[in-house]
Design a binder for this molecule. Structure first.
Ligand code: NFS
Length: 676
């Protein structure tokens, strides 16, 4: 007895993560082990010690007023008969889960869209020529965007039609774009870019966003105590705000970034922690906005800074990225991503990170604690994203003095090079990748010379060489093995001839695994997809950028519809969406705008509505009748991929092109017979 008591009284030993169980990535395994040896805690260890709250995870904890939190756990045996669970005000499990769910949409849509607004502000500053550091780079896209926003690109002079001055067009585009966040009347301009049939569906359901901000604010209003208490009506607003994200804030962010910094075009780079170099100054940019990082790219490549680095004993400056800032500067400059979301602390644990610059979103507060254990300077740059820890330096970035600020930051990294500790451990692992595909470059690679647009892609879908298209995107989640879901889902899809479009942390995971190379086709793909990739010279997994660039996937899907032969709406296409390791509110907003655009969308790990089965059924089944797309949850990555494939096959059947694929399969067997 006494012994037992003693055991209880002994201080609890913090559990440590098993590095091999924590991640499939060898570089990360090495650094997790190193962190543990040095006594530096990481997210992987915290995931062992802190377990999630069950009721919160089920979506049925309401803390929207001071009488709660009201917790409505799902009974272990499930609900038999009538569901009598209620909060103090009487809110049902459905109401609570729906409120929580659309508040997640509001959080995600706000993050994407506020990022977009920031870009629009810089865009306008550049268009008005109030800064020398940013210019309009892509005038072709400027004209396209002007047309989509209803800005005239030509003028009548003496009865003759002439092109309008592009500087003038740019200013007007900037002003109209800015108004998209808060205009008092009308609807979001870009909705008209969707296929006509989809637009009409939104009209019928009453979910066309009026402006971007309003729909987010209305979610906060409707979910306040005592307002909207019908999960269907709550979801109507959730859908409306999500569309305002995908076809509004995110799409504008992507477009304006492309005009300012250039539309991405395929380029070669590398990925993983092994891109850091021991004899170079290692500067890492982390977060989401390309506004500052674009300047840091330029500053770090300037002769002035390179000379200064050499003066300080370094061979050069190795810039790399984490999370979506990484994707932004990868797709436009070939700067390699060092890490995705769950590896951010590990980049510092190399001991070779001289400075980490962060802007907004997906930055773990613990990077400050990790930086404190090393020489790394951690620099926050955005007025809305600071950290309380004292070792964090704040350099507020001002677009009017962009280059000056960027140089100050690069110099700080160089000055810190000599302060490195004795032990630097940079893992060797890195992989080659081709990144930077977009709507335009897919058209170039897979478009027909004569028919234009997406004809060749459609043709290969119709003849069955390509079974379908999957968008696989999203985060890492410390509740599941890092990158395992991403890689297994994607490999299973391409093995079954489904071409994959990737963004965000999935893109970085695929790059690290070597899936973003044309050579991957011969190794991992089914015969049909391999043949197409090898003929055209593209990877089977196409990197489309950051998370706001999921809007590129919407537009690519629209191009596929417009090219013809595969139905009239995105919901008729053999396509599916997936976020195997999601965790952020942004992922929920993205998932919802995919569903509302007609895409069957599967999430892995967990789903925040499992405690309210009726509401979850609405998302998983009823939504299909309204929008043609619906949600699903599948934790097992292989089953996850096969649910997507089954959906793709059902769409092929509905289009009457399932027979073509059977013939392709017979061809393969015949070929094998010939070989034997
Ligand atoms: Ni998307 Fe990009 Fe990564 Fe998830 Fe975070 S970085 S915006 S939210 S974690 S994919």
């Amino acid at each position: 007895m006494a012994e037992e008591k003693e055991k209880k009284a002994a201080p609890k030993k913090e559990k440590l993560a098993d590095p091999i169980a924590a991640t499939i990535d060898v570089a990360s395994q090495q650094l997790i082990a190193r962190a543990q040896q040095l006594g530096v805690e990481t997210v992987f260890d915290r995931a062992e010690t802190m377990k999630p709250c069950n009721i919160g995870a089920q979506g049925t904890c309401c803390k929207n007023c001071g009488m709660g939190p009201c917790r409505l756990p799902l009974p272990k045996s499930g609900i038999e008969g009538e569901d009598t669970r209620k909060g103090l005000c009487g809110a049902t499990a459905n109401t609570i889960a729906a409120r929580n769910f659309i508040r997640m949409i509001a959080g995600g849509a706000a993050a994407h869209s506020d990022h977009g607004r920031g870009v629009a502000e810089v865009f306008l500053t550049a268009a008005r020529k109030e800064t020398n550091d940013y210019q309009i780079k892509d005038t072709v896209k400027l004209v396209q965007v002007a047309e989509a926003l209803g800005v005239a690109t030509t003028v009548e002079v003496d009865g003759e039609t002439k092109d309008r001055d592009l500087d003038e067009v740019a200013v007007e585009v900037g002003e109209i774009a800015m108004a998209e966040w808060g205009k008092p009347e009308g609807e979001v301009f870009y909705l008209k870019r969707a296929p006509q049939a989809l637009y009409e569906k939104w009209e019928k359901q009453g979910v066309r966003p009026r402006n971007i901000d309003r729909e987010i604010v209305e979610i906060m209003h409707r979910t306040h105590i005592g307002v909207d208490q019908d999960y269907r009506n709550l979801m109507k607003q959730g859908v409306r705000a999500a569309i305002g994200d995908g076809w509004g804030g995110s799409m504008l962010a992507t477009d304006l970034q492309d005009i300012l910094f250039g539309t991405p075009y395929p380029l070669q780079s590398e990925a993983n922690l092994g891109v850091m170099k021991e004899d170079h100054v290692n500067l890492i940019v982390h977060g989401h906005e390309p506004i500052l990082s674009e300047m840091i790219v330029a500053a770090s490549q300037s002769k002035e800074m390179l000379d200064y680095a050499k003066e300080k004993g370094a061979k050069g400056i190795q810039l790399s990225g984490i999370c979506c800032t990484a994707n932004e500067i990868l797709q436009r400059h070939g700067i390699p991503p060092a890490a995705n979301f769950l590896q951010q602390e590990l980049a510092i644990i190399t001991g070779a990170c001289d400075a980490m610059v962060v802007d907004i979103q997906c930055i773990m507060q613990n990077v400050a604690n990790v930086a404190n254990c090393f020489h790394t300077k951690l620099i926050t740059t955005h007025p809305i994203a600071k950290m309380e820890q004292e070792n964090v330096i704040h350099i507020e970035f001002d677009e009017h003095y962009a280059m000056e600020d960027a140089k100050r930051i690069v110099k700080m990294a160089i000055d810190n090079f000599e302060n490195r500790g004795a032990e630097v451990m940079i893992p060797r692992q890195k992989a080659t990748q081709i990144a930077g595909f977009g709507v335009e470059s897919i058209q170039y690679h897979l478009g027909g010379t004569f028919r234009g647009d997406y004809y060749t892609l459609n043709d290969n879908i119709i003849n069955g060489r390509i079974r379908g298209i999957a968008g696989v995107v999203g985060c890492n989640n410390a509740r599941t093995r890092h990158n395992e879901g991403h890689i297994q889902v994607v490999k299973e899809l391409i093995k079954n001839d489904v071409i994959v479009l990737t963004t965000g942390c999935n893109g970085i995971a695929c790059a690290m695994e070597g899936l973003l190379t044309p050579e991957a086709a011969g190794v991992y793909c089914g015969a049909g997809l391999a043949e197409v990739c090898e003929t055209v010279g593209i990877p089977p997994v196409l990197h489309m950028g950051s998370c706001v660039d999921n809007s590129r996937i919407l537009l690519a899907a629209t191009e596929v519809v417009n090219a013809g032969g595969l139905g009239n709406d995105i919901s008729e296409l053999p396509v599916a969406g997936s976020a195997p390791e999601w965790m952020s509110e942004k992922a929920i907003s993205i998932g919802q705008y995919f569903v509302a655009s007609g895409v069957y969308t599967v999430f892995g790990v967990t789903f925040p509505t499992t405690g309210a089965p009726v509401f979850q059924d609405f998302l998983f089944k009823e939504m299909e009748k309204m929008y043609g797309g619906m949600w699903d949850l599948e934790i097992d990555p292989i089953k996850h991929a096969h649910k997507m494939i089954a959906h793709i096959d059902s769409k092929r059947k509905a289009l009457g092109i399932d027979k073509a694929r059977e013939r392709v399969l017979m061809d393969m067997a015949d070929r094998q017979k010939l070989e034997a």
